[in-house]
Write a protein that binds this ligand. Structure first.
Ligand SMILES: [Zn+2]
Length: 641
């Protein structure tokens, strides 16, 4: 066993394995990434190809390719071994299937795999299914796409799949658990009937559920009427729309729902599943952004046309879980907006969420009456142009306001209600400042007024949140909130102390000092003193205030060679390098604490003016903590001076 693991480890690099799951970035001899195991805004997750392992300075997660896959996929060692063996092309003869030893999840997966093959055969190995295949081709899918995405067909019979799976010794209980059958009383029948079956995959490409699109079977070709009549008497009690008998389904008004999804279960969670994600991971990293569409056909047509960074939500609106999945790979999302849809409001909450997660959200709007699939079918270039012309969500709204020709009081009101909530949701204070400037330029509203209004909104939200109303408050609060339900993300943004402080608030001497630290780290890395560099990085990460950290991260990621050179000049000949480093770190810690203190004091003043006693008290406590730390640092600094 260990030799198989050894062979796999030799064939697969840590960067290759981790890089298939999350966005990684080269930094010197190593790679860094935002840690997938804890929530963080700036990368502290490091991958070392030389050591063939990873380590997170934030949460302490560490290990090799196997532990990474185990933790990421939430599977056991054996599961990780299987996945990686396949990736490495290593045969695992000694792990041949033994049903009794399989974990429950493995069993569920293998049931779905069997069902998927069955559905595929129904579509391809059956001349009476030609109408379904024709339909798919008509919609623009190629044979290759149909096969690659394992599209299948569920017949119009009541127990077609169930009977087949029972013949394979799979129990009704198991089938029901994975959502393939329904049981009501003594009646057992297939959940999916008369449907094109789109398998939904987990991030490793294993089938975990289905989305079934209703397709009307030609009447003459319906083989069995005995089956359906026996089931229909019982099934009416289930009350679901899918329990119509074969006869009833010919009645137009009783047509079953267009799409039917697997119910949430042990493997499947529709608020998390992104259709196409397992194949889009590569493309998303390559293009540097994810394209988000709504429908199965849209996603398939996008991939077919080469936009293989596309994913789709499946039968639910965009949720925080979806966004977090995307965020592992990129910060940039492009939402393809179908101008024909019920309206912007439906997605409003999701877009705010994306912004509050620190993502850059662009909107590509399609011509009226088109969806991605239809537009690609018409002309791929037209779709490409829509993506090219995508606008940041705030510009998108400003354009709408422009089009409405509002002025004066009306314009101000519209900006307040429709645009500022998005600015408030933006995670980065620098980006917020940027958009305030942009809005001011386009509306002629003074920046100072916009800032003041933003602060008012922020305070309003905060008091709403602390009041425990459950309403996260950002935005105008109506509609579109369905399915997201992760208000905590907002609270974080809202309680941000430095809403309008940005890098520009750093003094030149603050920046210079930070530059020295950055140079030091870069130089340590260049001179193969990785462990020291990482130690310094880790330590500075513990005390940098938000604004300094922002500056630090931006500077260090561009690795300015002059800084490293400067550090070399400063430190290379030093006989007391550790002492010098310590001194520099203390200097920066002192500045950071002062910076934090000034932001806190500012807020304290505000709260006192607003007579928010409780909040003022809390901030005061924080101030005291920070000043205690500050005097401690100053004491230490004297010892080094
Ligand atoms: Zn971590």
């Amino acid at each position: 066993m260990s030799s198989a693991a050894q062979t796999i480890k030799e064939r697969l690099g840590i960067a290759e394995v981790v890089g298939a799951y999350i966005k990684i970035e080269k930094t010197g001899a190593n790679y860094k990434a935002r840690c997938p195991f804890h929530n963080e805004k700036t990368p502290s997750f490091f991958i070392s190809p030389a050591r063939n392992n990873y380590y997170c300075f934030g949460c302490g997660a560490k290990g090799d390719i196997f532990t990474f896959v185990e933790e990421f996929e939430k599977i056991d060692f054996l599961g990780a071994l299987k996945i990686l063996a396949e990736k490495a092309g290593v045969e695992l003869a000694q792990f041949q299937h033994d049903r009794s030893k399989e974990s429950e999840f493995d069993k569920f997966r293998s049931i779905l795999e069997t069902a998927t093959v069955f559905y595929e055969e129904q579509l391809h190995g059956n001349s009476s299914a030609k109408f379904a295949l024709d339909y798919l081709l008509e919609r623009g899918l190629t044979d290759e796409t149909i096969k690659t995405w394992r599209i299948g067909l569920a017949s119009n019979e009541w127990r077609n799949l169930g009977d087949y799976l029972r013949s394979k010794n799979i129990s009704n209980v198991e089938m029901e658990k994975v959502g393939l059958i329904k049981q009501t009383g003594t009646s057992v029948y297939d959940r999916f009937r008369e449907r094109i079956m789109f398998p939904l995959f987990d991030s490793s490409g294993r089938v975990v559920g289905y989305s079934g699109r209703y397709i009307k079977f030609p009447k003459a070709k319906m083989p069995s009427s005995s089956n359906s009549s026996s089931a229909s008497s019982n099934s009416t009690s289930s009350g679901s729309a899918s329990s119509t008998s074969a006869e009833q389904s010919t009645d137009e008004s009783k047509e079953p729902p267009k799409y039917l999804n697997s119910p949430d279960g042990p493997l499947f969670n529709k608020s998390e599943i992104l259709y196409g994600y397992h194949k889009a991971k590569e493309g998303i990293r390559k293009f540097g952004y994810a394209v988000l569409v709504e429908g199965q056909f849209d996603m398939l047509m996008c991939h077919q046309a080469g936009f293989n960074n596309t994913v789709a939500t499946s039968g639910t609106s965009l949720t925080a879980l979806h966004l977090e999945k995307i965020k592992r790979l990129t910060d940039n999302t492009m939402i393809v907006y179908d101008a024909d849809k019920a309206g912007l409001k439906a997605s409003l909450r999701a877009w705010e969420l994306a912004l509050s997660l620190g993502m850059d959200v662009k909107i590509a709007s399609l011509p009226k009456g088109e969806d991605p699939a239809s537009l690609i079918l018409e002309d791929k270039e037209k779709f490409k142009n829509c993506l090219k012309n995508a606008k940041h969500i705030i510009d998108f709204y400003l354009d709408i306001l422009d089009g409405e020709g509002k002025t004066g009081r009306e314009l101000w009101k519209a900006v307040e209600v429709e645009v500022l909530p998005y600015v408030l949701a933006i995670e980065s204070s620098i980006d917020r400042a940027h958009f305030i400037n942009r809005i001011s330029m386009r509306t002629d509203i003074q920046e100072a007024d916009l800032r003041a209004e933003l602060e008012r909104l922020m305070i309003k939200n905060r008091s709403l949140n602390s009041g425990g109303s459950g309403n996260t408050g950002v935005g105008n609060g109506d509609g579109g909130a369905s399915g997201t339900g992760k208000g905590a993300v907002h609270n974080e943004t809202v309680s941000d102390h430095s809403i309008i402080k940005g890098i520009d608030d750093l003094s030149d001497s603050d920046k210079k000092t930070l530059d020295r630290l950055i140079g030091l780290i870069l130089w340590l890395r260049d001179s193969a003193n990785e462990s020291k560099a990482e130690e310094v990085l880790k330590r500075s990460g513990t005390f940098l205030d938000e604004i300094s950290k922002k500056y630090f991260d931006e500077r260090i990621s561009s690795s300015p060679t002059e800084l490293s050179f400067e550090a070399e000049v400063l430190f290379a000949g030093s006989t007391k390098l550790d002492h010098d480093i310590e001194e520099l770190l203390l200097e920066i810690e002192e500045r950071s604490l002062k910076q934090t203190l000034s932001v806190l004091m500012n807020n304290l003043n505000k709260m006192e003016k607003l007579q928010k006693k409780d909040e003022a008290m809390e901030i005061l406590k924080e101030c005291q903590n920070v000043s205690l730390k500050l005097s401690e640092v100053q004491r230490k600094k004297k010892l080094y001076g």
